[in-house]
Design a binder for this molecule. Sequence first.
Ligand code: ADP
Length: 483
Amino acid sequence: MSQLESPLLNQVGGYIDGQWVHSEGRSIAVINPATGDHLADAPDMDADQAQLAVESAERAGQRDIPIAKRRRWLEEITRLLNDNQSELARIITLEQGKPLSESASEVQYAAGFFQYYSRHLDRLESEPLAEHPHQLNWTVHHRPAGVVGLITPWNFPLAMLAKKLSAALAAGCTTVTKPAELTPLTTIALWNLLQTLDLDKGRANLVIGQPKPIGEVLCTHPAVRLISFTGSTEVGRLLMASTAPQIKRLGLELGGNAPFIVMEDANLPNAVQALMANKFRCAGQTCVCTNRVYVQASVEKEFIAMAAERIRLLRVGNGLDAQTQIGPLIHRQAFDKVDRHVKEALSHGAKRIVGADRPRPTHDWGAFYTPTLLSNVNSKMLVSQQETFGPVVAVQSFESIDQIVELANGTPYGLAAYVFGQNEREMADLIGRLRFGHVGWNTGSGPTPEAPFGGMKQSGFGREGGVEGLLEFCETQTVARKI
Ligand code: ADP
C-alpha cells in the first residue's frame, strides 16, 4: 500500500515522551473521501500506550515553564503553521475532502489561535488584590490545570486542535491529544513540525487509535484533570459520566442546530450572501453551520428565489480541483443521513426547489451530495430536529418575534444562531432572548481566536478563544499572606 508523500509526513506515528511510537501489527487505514485512495496507515495505539502518554505528561507537569518560554513556543508554532500553510492544506483536503481554499483558511485560522495566545499571556501573571481583607495580602495565581486530554473531530482536523493546544500550552499544561481516527494525518503533520521545537519531553503527546480504550484512560487516569472535547453531544454525555467519579473538569463543544433568522426588513442580498458562506463551508459539516432557515413570511418567496439562484451554481467535486466549492461528505453514513433527512422532509410535504436524487455511493467514499434547497419545511421534520450536517438549506416561514424566539430556541442545542434585520431595538431584544453562545447579527461569521466561543444547553459548556479560552486551562489559586 502506498503512503502519502509529504515532507510533513516523514514520520507517521504517535508521539510519546518525545519519541515517535507505532502500534505493532495494527493500523488504521486513512482514506481520501473524494476518491477512495488509500493515503496512509496511521497507528492504532492501545490503552497501554495511552497510559504511557499520560504518565509522560504527568512527569513533564512537575516542571513549571516560565511564561516567556511558553510565549516563544506559541510564536514558533504560529510561524511553522504559516510557513507550511499550503502543504498542511493539501493534507487536510486529502483526508477530509473540503476544498483546498477552505483548508488554507483553516490553517490560517489555526495559526491565529497560537498567535492570539502568544500576545495575551500576560493575562496569566499573578494578580495582587487591591483590598486587604482580614489585614492580609491576597494574591490570585493562574496555575496550569495539570495533564489535559484533547479530543478532536474530523471536520476541522487542525483548527479544533489548535484552539485547545494553543490555550493548553499557554497555560503551562501538559497534553495528550487524541485526534479523530478518520483524519489523523493533519495532526501527525503538526507533530512533524512540533518535534523541531524545544518542547520538553511529555509536553505534547499524541495518541492515535480507537476512541473507546484511549478515551477510557483519559477519563479514568487520576493525573488527567481536564478533558477538552469537540464532537457529538452523545460522546460528550458519555465523557461527563465517565469522568464524574473523579470530578474532572471538562470543556465540551458539542453539536449545534443553528437557526438563521431573516426578518422582513433585512438586507436580503446580504443575508443570502451570508447564508452561502456559512451554510456550505465544509459541505455543511460544521457545528456552527446553519441548519434551520427561518424567513419572515412577507419576504420568504423573494429570499428563496435569490438563494436558489446561488445554490444552483455551486460546483461539487474533488477538493483538490480549484473550481470545487463543495467536496464530498466524510463517508457513506454521512451521505445516508443527509439523504434520509431530505427524503423524510419531502414525504411530509417539503418542496425541493434545488437538488436532485443522487445514486447512493457504492463505497464508503465518494459521498458527493447535491446542494439542496427545501421550502415548506416544518419543525417536526428531521431537518429541523437534528443537525443534518450536509449541504441542505431547509426554509420555513414565521410571522412574529415571539414565534421565532420559540422556534429558534425549540431544540436542546444552543451553539450558534444568525439574525438578519435592521430594527436596532427589535434585533437587540431578539438576540437577548436567544439561548445560543454565539450570535451573528447581519453576518454569518463563526468564531474567531480573539473572542470566546462555546455552547449553551446541550451544545456543551466552556469557552474556546479569547481570554476565557485561556482560563479554561488554568486553576485559580488564591494565596492569603500575613502582612
Ligand atoms: P462525530 O459524530 O462528529 O464523528 P464523535 O463525537 O463521534 O463525533 O467524535 C469526536 C471525537 O471523539 C473523535 O476524536 C472520536 O474518536 C472521539 N470519540 C468517540 N467516541 C469516544 C469515546 N467513547 N471516548 C472518547 N472519545 C471518543
